[in-house]
Design a binder for this molecule. Structure first.
Ligand SMILES: Nc1nc2c(ncn2[C@@H]2O[C@H](COP(=O)(O)OP(=O)(O)OP(=O)(O)O)[C@@H](O)[C@H]2O)c(=O)[nH]1
Ligand SMILES: [Mg+2]
Length: 328
């Protein structure tokens, strides 16, 4: 399919074209790269004339209820006239090649909603590669008129930091586990979260709801310690993704954070993200070139053998590989 046809289909909001365009920008095949670049360049032109979509990262440990929350929130938003795109960044897909997050079966209602588009995590490559695919998929969704993009990521290590660098607002879901909830949350998360919600505070379970409220208060206190007198004090509220209770309140806080950024603040944040993204792309490309370098391939086995035999130290081996790369 030609890039012009993709653009026409996207602008007209055709779902099949959307899927095809996302596949194109996710592709790491060299033959797709030129077309993907052309498409993204055209989309960047479109974006300049449009109100930016609301990009929200949603994170939390496995089982905290991210997908269920997105199902509830997405339904509320499409009912209110929004078009909602859902993407996933799944670090486990990087290791296993499988895709756990964004599992459509867990978002049964939303995946059948004509005003929602759910895309499971791309299941290949490095975390950087998956993040690149996700950033570009966001641009495609926005071109298709999706004014809200939700990015689900499981709360393990680097993936949250990666996702927080791609979105406007970072929402962290957690659970009330009295006593150990603070240990369960890495300090790094408290530094990057913009809104925190203690989930599974179901209204039909008053004891649990109460526990969640206590946890929210404790967390708010801990946040004050970590963040000091930062301009934005992340609100900590309770909700229940399963019943939909207070999910609207969480969304109100997301919008509040966006208001706090203001149009200029948002533009600045996105520009900075583009700069970081640029360097990530450069590193990604260098990595690819290193992998495919004929010079490196030529000496790789020999260097490996020498290193394993103890004839070369790691720094010397690295020098040899880099020299082979520079020379090819
Ligand atoms: N009681 C209760 N259960 C919930 C709530 N939200 C989710 N659950 C349950 O928690 C389990 C995990 O929910 P998911 O939405 O799949 O969690 P997740 O965070 O997306 O999980 P991963 O994608 O595996 O990281 C499911 O059995 C849900 O039904 C809630 O608000 N209340
Ligand atoms: Mg999930």
């Amino acid at each position: 399919m030609r890039v012009d046809d993709l653009l026409d289909g996207l602008r007209a909001g055709h779902r099949a074209t959307m899927a095809r365009a996302i596949t194109l920008v996710e592709s790491t095949a060299p033959r797709h790269r030129a077309a993907a670049r052309e498409l993204l360049l055209a989309l960047a032109g479109d974006a300049a004339t449009r109100t930016p979509a609301v990009r929200v990262g949603i994170s939390g440990v496995p089982g905290v209820g991210k997908s269920t929350f997105i199902e509830a929130l997405g339904g509320q938003l499409t009912a209110a006239g929004h078009k909602v795109g859902v993407l996933a960044v799944d670090p486990s897909s990087v290791r296993t090649g499988g895709s756990v997050l964004g599992d459509k079966t867990r978002m049964a209602t939303l995946s059948a909603d004509p005003h929602a588009f759910i895309r499971p995590s791309p299941s290949a490559g490095t975390l950087g590669g998956v993040a690149r695919a996700t950033t570009q998929a966001m641009a495609v969704l926005e071109a298709g008129g999706y004014d809200v993009v939700l990015v689900e990521t499981v709360g393990v290590g680097q993936s949250e930091v990666t996702v927080s660098g791609m979105v406007d607002t970072f929402l962290f879901l957690t659970l009330a586990r009295t006593g150990d909830q603070l240990q369960g949350i890495k300090k790094g998360i408290l530094e990057i979260a913009d809104v925190i919600a203690v989930n599974k505070a179901d209204p039909d379970d008053p004891a649990r709801e109460q526990e969640a409220r206590v946890a929210a208060r404790e967390l708010a206190g801990a946040l004050r310690l970590v963040r000091g007198h930062a301009e934005w004090a992340p609100p900590v509220i309770t909700c229940s993704g399963l019943t939909g209770a207070r999910v609207d309140e969480v969304w109100a806080q997301v919008l509040q954070h966006r208001d706090h950024l203001g149009a200029d603040g948002l533009a600045h944040k996105r520009a900075e993200q583009q700069l970081d993204f640029t360097w990530a792309l450069v590193r990604d490309e260098l990595d690819q070139r290193l992998r495919h370098s004929t010079g490196v391939k030529a000496v790789q086995a020999e260097v490996r053998a020498a290193l394993l035999a103890g004839e070369l130290t790691a720094p010397l081996a690295a020098d040899r590989l880099l020299a082979a790369y520079d020379g090819s």
